[in-house]
Design a protein around this ligand. Structure first.
Ligand SMILES: CC(C)[C@H](C(=O)O)[C@@H](O)C(=O)O
Ligand code: SF4
Length: 468
């Protein structure tokens, strides 16, 4: 048998039909659904009198539009548009008989946090969702694609997806991370190295000692941003940590089925002599705590650097860099650690898991945030919130002056009441820093939870290593 990559193996195991031009029909094991990209898809089914093909493999949860304040049960806290989307999902989930975690359910949260938490996401599966950050689920050694609304309808109706195979890219992170450096710094540094188009046409497998050393939470953070590097998906070979995380989850297999699943999962790795179309290697010890300075996730610099000048960029990038600097209101040459912020957002499907909250609490313990700072911690799910409360993290956050919110996408994107006002500047643990992403005119600096916590205390972009 010819050697295969992990991606090749999962792909081959799911091809139901291959056309002459290489277009394939892939079987889909899990379809995750949220309220933004699904209303038209369900409407399409209704209009043509079709049902959901595999309701038992279809899981829905509202996340983008839901307010995260404690009074959210009161529907008037939502805009009309948001309320319509959430109510449509309530109705569609009921009418089509799919699994559902409504806003009132403690298990509700960001779809990419709920899926793994409930054991829906498992190694070797194909997972799709009408959401680009479906890449997150690749952390389990699953092939996880973001899809568009017409594809959502196709998957609802047929449990298959039409796809062409991507190329194989390997991103290896060798050695050990230095103190204060996290999964977020890895994934941002990779995008800094490849650019936002570097992964176009590829599925990226992340590997190497530093990836092996990451928890499942950290691996999800890394895969989450594969899409920001342009890739079709990110993936990490499952290992004992993966199996340990999955074991006993509500929808993970049990007993003999668990044993059978393990047998297959243990074959899920890239063969030694597998062929790669592209390889990138970074040394873990070269990775610093980083922040973004511009309006693209590739605008990454170590926190010890200065704001760049547009003239440092090449060719076509000079204008884009100048536009970014203008939008961000930054002066070339000034130290990044001089940049003052007024808002801190810790949360999102990139960094809204328990380990992220622990990392923030570690920095915030016994400290107060800067006077006048607006700071919020938004757990990725109701269960993350409950665990953080049980571990005493919530008290640390509240004592420090953070708002302690309910689960949702929140200030990751301006689709709910948590938004930046024009000119406000935010240290954010999310994954996108585009113009207006967190609110019109708002300025976003992406970083790790520990770095965001440090910035909340000092009121400036801060090197977390100075606080450890
Ligand atoms: C709203 C949704 C379609 C979108 C996505 O696909 O990623 C959102 O989750 C985001 O992060 O921008
Ligand atoms: S948390 Fe942000 S990135 Fe993740 S699904 Fe929600 S909006 Fe998209």
């Amino acid at each position: 048998m010819s050697p295969k990559t992990l991606y090749d193996k999962i792909w081959d195991a799911h091809v139901a039909h291959e056309a002459e031009d290489g277009t394939c029909l892939l079987y889909i094991d899990r379809h995750l659904v949220h309220e933004v990209t699904s209303p038209q898809a369900f409407e399409g089914l209704r209009m043509t009198n079709r049902s959901v093909r595999a309701p038992d493999k279809t899981i829905a949860v509202p996340d983008h539009n839901v307010p995260t304040t404690l009074d959210r049960a009161d529907a008037t806290t939502m805009t009309e548009d948001s309320r319509i989307q959430v109510e449509a999902l309530d109705k569609n989930a009921k009418d089509f008989g799919i699994h559902y975690y409504p806003v009132s359910d403690v298990r509700q949260g960001i779809v990419h946090i709920v899926g793994p938490e409930q054991g829906w996401t498992l190694p070797g599966m194909t997972v799709v969702c009408g959401d680009s950050h479906t890449a997150t689920h690749g952390a389990f050694g699953a092939l996880a694609h973001g899809i568009g609304t017409s594809e959502v309808e196709h998957v609802l109706a047929t449990q298959t997806l039409i796809q062409k195979k991507s190329k194989n890219m390997k991103v290896e992170i060798t050695g050990k991370l230095r103190p204060g450096v996290t999964a977020k710094d890895i994934t941002l540094s990779v995008i800094g190295a490849t650019g936002t188009a570097g992964g176009t046409g590829y599925v990226i497998e992340y590997c190497g000692e530093a990836i092996r050393d990451l928890s499942m939470e950290g691996r999800m953070t890394v895969c989450n941003m594969a899409i920001e590097g342009g890739a079709r998906a990110g993936i990490i070979a499952p290992d004992e940590k993966t199996f340990e995380y999955c074991k006993g989850r509500p929808h993970a297999p049990k007993g003999a089925q668990w044993e059978a699943a393990l047998d297959w999962w243990k074959t899920l790795y890239s063969d030694d002599d597998a062929a790669w179309d592209l390889v990138l290697t970074l040394k873990a010890e070269d990775i610093a705590p980083v922040v973004t300075w511009g309006t693209s996730p590739e605008d990454v610099l170590p926190i010890t650097a200065n704001v760049p000048a547009a003239s440092e960029f090449e060719g076509g990038k000079v204008d884009a860099a100048q536009r970014s600097l203008d939008y961000m209101g930054l002066t070339a040459g000034s130290p990044l650690t001089d940049v003052e912020i007024d808002t801190v957002f810790i949360g999102s499907c990139t960094n809204g898991r328990i380990e992220d909250l622990r990392a923030a609490a570690e920095i915030l313990k016994g400290k107060k945030i800067k006077d006048g700072m607006r700071a919020m911690i938004v757990p990725g799910s109701g269960l993350v919130r409950a665990q953080a409360e049980e571990e005493g993290l919530a008290d640390i956050f509240k004592d420090a002056g953070f708002e302690w919110r309910l689960a949702g996408c929140s200030m990751c994107l301006a689709m709910n009441p948590d938004q930046l006002a024009p000119g406000e500047r935010c240290a954010a643990t999310s994954n996108r820093n585009f113009e207006g992403r967190q609110g019109r005119g708002g300025r976003t600096h992406l970083m790790s939870p520990a770095m965001a916590a440090a910035a909340a205390i000092t009121g400036k972009l801060t090197d977390v290593r100075d606080m450890m």
